[in-house]
Ligand binder design. Structure first.
Ligand code: PLP
Length: 390
């Protein structure tokens, strides 16, 4: 069965993914089951998507209840889940309005369009540059690739959208210099660079960027696609830094397993879009929004405290353990630099029925926010053992 599927995949699927040799057929909570009936502890949650794991009963109930009513309407009509979700996002963040798309890249595209239009109207069309950080990741569309500060992603797809310049993470002097060197609309940052290797930005730097953006009349956009929706132990990662962004993009965990992206617009840009300026056929789909309403409604202080406690446990177990050079991250977004190549450690973990991810040269963990403590303990002990192997 697995070999047939592999062959069909190779024949018919574009060659963009290096898949692990596992066919997942089902799961529950933080357990995934393969085609041979083998169970795995899921330490990746579909790359930070399945916020409450697989088939969470409450989430499923919310989704299927909406499915029983209507699955899609387009944005030509009002639907309650989408409007309620926008209201809840604004209430929980202090942002003012929301645009819904379907993915992280689209959420960033919308943020970039909002910033460009705001700057053109507010300062002049030449103020179009968006600063982003080296080593960042913002998506795969041609514009979000241009935003992504990793040149190896750019090489084969020139010309990319113009109007992006990159600055060094944790180098405030560079940020200030580039803000002067370019006519800027915005600076776009991830507070923790996820794909870049789970690098947590210094608090002083992030606060300095926010202050410099304000001083230079530049918008601050925070990409919360991976870090958002409870992942770092706060609802959004910027909340760990005491800053107030002008625009926040998110996706991944928001829908709890269904495709949904959101661009939250703060006071300065809440009315920047006019009729027809932007749109999405699927954006704000009622089934995805019903799922997201359930997810967002359940990310309360109690759950966030549990995320932080689990994080303390992981750091405590892994830091200084044989074969582990460093542990970075926040909440349940963890990067582990191992002495052995990360891919090898991940393969070893898989052989012991624990599924982990990588980010650059690190083993990356992004488990469900509600992963049970006993499964987490089991997974961490397997990771420790795999890292320690000679
Ligand atoms: N921004 C960040 C920080 C991400 O981590 C990702 C995906 O990994 C994206 C944007 C792109 O999201 P998507 O794959 O949903 O387009």
């Amino acid at each position: 069965m697995m070999n047939d599927l592999k062959l069909l995949d190779k024949t018919y699927i574009a060659n963009t993914y290096a898949r692990f040799p596992v066919e997942i057929v089902s799961g529950h909570g933080s357990i995934l089951t393969d085609a041979d009936g083998k169970d795995y502890i899921d330490m990746g949650s579909g790359i930070a998507v399945n916020a409450f794991g697989i088939g969470d009963p409450e989430w499923k109930k919310a989704v299927t209840a909406q499915l029983d009513l209507v699955q899609h309407t387009s944005n030509l009509y009002y639907t309650e889940p989408c409007v309620k979700l926008a209201k809840l996002l604004c209430e929980k963040t202090g942002m003012k309005k929301v645009f819904f798309g379907n993915s992280g890249a689209e959420a960033n595209e919308c943020a970039i369009k909002a910033a460009r239009k705001w700057a053109a109207e507010h300062k002049g069309a030449e103020y179009s540059t968006i600063l982003t950080l080296w080593n960042s990741f913002h998506g795969r569309t041609l514009t979000t690739l241009a935003a992504t500060g990793q040149e190896h992603y750019h090489e084969l797809f020139q010309p990319l959208t113009p109007g992006f310049a990159h600055v060094q993470p944790n180098d405030l002097a560079d940020v200030k210099a580039q803000m002067k060197a370019h006519k800027c609309a915005a600076i776009l940052i991830e507070c923790i660079q996820g794909e870049g290797g789970v690098n947590v930005l210094d608090a002083e730097f992030v606060r300095g960027v926010a202050a410099a953006a304000e001083e230079n009349d530049i918008l601050l956009i925070v990409d919360e696609v991976q870090t958002g929706n409870g992942r770092t132990g706060k609802l959004y990662s910027y909340m760990n830094y005491g800053i107030e962004p002008d625009v926040v993009s998110t996706a991944k965990g928001l829908g709890g397993g269904l495709p949904l992206g959101a661009t939250m617009l703060g006071e300065k840009v809440k009315d920047i879009f006019g009729f027809g300026d932007h749109g999405s056929t699927f954006g704000g789909n009622p089934v995805c929004c019903a799922g997201a309403l359930n997810v967002l409604g359940r990310i309360d202080e109690k759950l966030l405290a549990e995320v932080r406690e689990k994080s303390v446990y992981i750091f405590g177990e892994l830091q200084g353990s044989p074969g582990i050079e460093s542990v970075t991250g926040m909440g349940l977004m963890i990067g582990i630099k191992t002495s052995r190549p990360a891919a090898e450690v991940v393969r070893n973990c898989m052989a012991k029925h624990v599924l982990c991810l990588t980010a650059k040269d690190k083993v990356r963990l992004l488990p469900a926010l509600n992963i049970p403590m006993e499964l987490l303990k089991e997974a961490v002990s397997v990771i420790k053992e795999a890292a320690a192997k000679e």
